[in-house]
Design a protein around this ligand. Structure first.
Ligand SMILES: NC(=O)c1ccc[n+]([C@@H]2O[C@H](COP(=O)([O-])OP(=O)(O)OC[C@H]3O[C@@H](n4cnc5c(N)ncnc54)[C@H](O)[C@@H]3O)[C@@H](O)[C@H]2O)c1
Length: 182
């Protein structure tokens, strides 16, 4: 079990790739905190994990809300004593013709996909820097899940953060800095 003793938060873990990540992390021995808008579905994933002798809890969160993101991170720390892995998986996509995209559409996607990631990462970074054992995955989830190999997470994560999601390159730098100084 490659994640024995690790505590992981998976945002958007109630369905889709987040659910798959949560289940796989639990199989690998991680304690999983699932943060999602859809509490009932998140609880079903928790039940699947606990039925297989894994450890998990569900926390209702709208990642757009900074206070709720802080509470999500706090719940991992308060209930399990720390945080090793944050998977910023919660996200939304609206496939709309370019010329029909409204400010409301843009704000919605920006708030979930960017602000949500920022607030969760900031709150998690505070904990991880104190602990000196950071780990991250920012929407690199497709690559990680399809390849199904944890050993490649690091490369994929940095690839996505630094290349495809250039706006997050500072985050990758922070992680590298923390790793070097840990
Ligand atoms: N499916 C793809 O092909 C694909 C490709 C590239 C990237 N992605 C990204 O990967 C991630 C997972 O994709 P998926 O297809 O499994 O998505 P999905 O729509 O099946 O699941 C997303 C989950 O995030 C939750 N969520 C949405 N908004 C939220 C919010 N504001 N706060 C908390 N939770 C919220 C939903 O309730 C849901 O459980 C998303 O970020 C998506 O944008 C998906």
């Amino acid at each position: 079990m490659r994640l024995e003793g690790k505590i992981a938060i998976v945002t958007g873990g109630a369905q889709g790739m987040g659910r798959a990540i949560a289940l796989r992390y639990a199989q690998e021995g991680a304690t999983v905190v699932i943060g999602d808008l859809r509490q009932a579905d998140a609880q079903k994933v928790v039940d699947e994990i606990t039925d297989s002798n894994g450890k998990a809890i569900a926390v209702a969160v709208d990642v757009r809300n900074q206070q709720q993101d802080q509470a999500l991170i706090d719940s991992a720390v308060n209930q399990f004593g720390g945080l090793d892995i944050l998977v910023n998986n919660a996200g939304v996509g609206k496939i709309i013709p370019f010329l029909e995209t409204t400010e409301q559409d843009w704000n919605f996607m920006f708030d979930v996909n960017c602000k949500g990631l920022l607030w969760c990462s900031q709150a998690a970074a505070q904990v991880m820097i104190k602990q000196g054992r950071p780990s991250w995955s920012d929407r690199a989830t497709r690559g990680c899940y399809m390849r199904g190999r944890f050993s490649r997470i690091e490369r994929i994560r940095l690839h996505y953060a630094a290349v495809h999601q250039r706006r997050w390159w500072q985050l990758a730098k922070l992680i590298t800095h923390v790793r070097k100084s840990a």
